[in-house]
Design a protein around this ligand. Structure first.
Ligand code: FAQ
Length: 311
């Protein structure tokens, strides 16, 4: 009966065991996972654009090779995540249609422009740094395919974070103009990076249920705090200033106090009114249309192979 299935599911979650695609799950659990994993996959794919913008203008062969490898990794992450989502019964094709129709979200951070090459370093340091903070606990998420995809993704994100930090460190050892370029980039990306963790816990409609289901392992505010505490010493080592006058160590809490991002701006960006939302979606839509012949050719090839096998 439904009650027994629910009890079995609850017991698996209670033991911190994994739910697998063939296991029974409540519809709400499936829906929440499809929502979160799809948003995550779309973020990886849309997230190729801001950095991709600099591939043709990287300042050296080495920087170009590193950047190409990173952007390719992001495509790979998107594909692992779409595959994880397919085990829940929603195809990659369907998810892509929803993304380009503007019916599914992707991370707010990718709606900000990349105005200088320093942004490539800042994205690696801060955006991949935030992604790691958020994703390491997701390796223990309750849905098997999502958790296993996260393990591999996190390993690659660590490399991404290090390449960004190394790029910024090199620029900080350069000229005054290069140092100014890094600071200007950090000033623009700091607050949007804090927004990546989602709204404050009090305004987060999904957190309580997602934590009860073991989909999320920490709240948005917990992870944001962890990110700030991790990043402050790195900023000191780099010699950049984080643009928050309220940022200071709180001895009593054993953590940093910090200011709040502009949550009205966050809501606007999530609603589609950020600086680059229209551009990002238009680009993705164009790429999808331009790739139609590849999908058709692959289908024709698959059909032919099946026919040959059958004859
Ligand atoms: N942007 O109730 P909550 C990367 C939405 S890293 C846009 O708190 P939840 C790597 C949220 O979906 C970035 N929308 O929601 C990379 C919900 O809307 P809905 C991707 C946001 O799910 C680096 C509503 O607000 N990482 O790509 C954002 O419990 C460099 C209410 O929020 C992930 O997706 C936001 N920032 O918690 C690639 C990680 N925040 O659906 C390239 C997995 C919230 O109800 C270059 N996801 N919303 O209409 C998660 O951990 C969670 O989904 C959260 C949000 C924490 C993002």
């Amino acid at each position: 009966t439904e009650d027994e299935l629910q009890a079995g599911f609850d017991a698996t979650i209670g033991r911190n065991d994994r739910i697998e695609p063939r296991d029974w799950m409540p519809e709400g659990y499936r829906k929440t996972l499809v929502r979160q994993i799809a948003q995550h996959a779309h973020s990886e794919i849309i997230g190729m654009q801001p950095e991709g913008n600099w591939i043709t203008r990287a300042p050296s062969l080495r920087r170009k090779a590193v950047l190409l490898a990173k952007v390719q990794d992001e495509a790979g992450h998107g594909l692992y995540l779409y595959s994880a989502c397919e085990t829940l019964g929603t195809s990659r094709g369907e998810l892509t249609e929803k993304l380009i129709a503007g019916a599914q979200k992707y991370s707010s951070i990718f709606n900000y422009p990349t105005l200088s090459f320093a942004d490539v370093g800042t994205i690696g340091w801060l955006v991949d740094g935030a992604a790691i903070c958020n994703q390491v606990p997701l390796c223990r998420t309750s849905f098997g395919p999502y958790g296993r995809a996260m393990i591999r993704i996190c390993k690659e994100e660590s490399f991404h974070q290090r390449q960004g930090y190394e790029l910024l460190m090199t620029m900080m050892r350069g000229t005054d103009a290069q140092r100014a370029m890094v600071q200007e980039s950090v000033d623009r990306f700091w607050w949007p990076a804090l927004m990546m963790f989602g709204p404050p816990d009090a305004d987060s409609p999904n957190t309580a249920q997602s934590m009860a289901w073991g989909i999320k392992r920490n709240t948005n505010d917990d992870l944001r705090q962890r990110f700030v505490d991790m990043t402050v010493p790195q900023a000191d080592a780099l010699g950049v200033t984080l643009p928050d006058p309220d940022l200071r160590w709180n001895e009593e809490r054993g953590a940093h106090d910090f200011g709040q991002p502009d949550w009205d701006e966050f809501l606007q960006v999530v609603k589609g009114n950020g600086p680059c939302n229209a551009q990002r979606l238009a680009h993705r839509r164009r790429a999808h249309e331009d790739g139609a012949w590849v999908r058709e050719a692959a289908m024709a090839f698959a059909r032919k192979s099946r026919e040959q096998e059958a004859s």
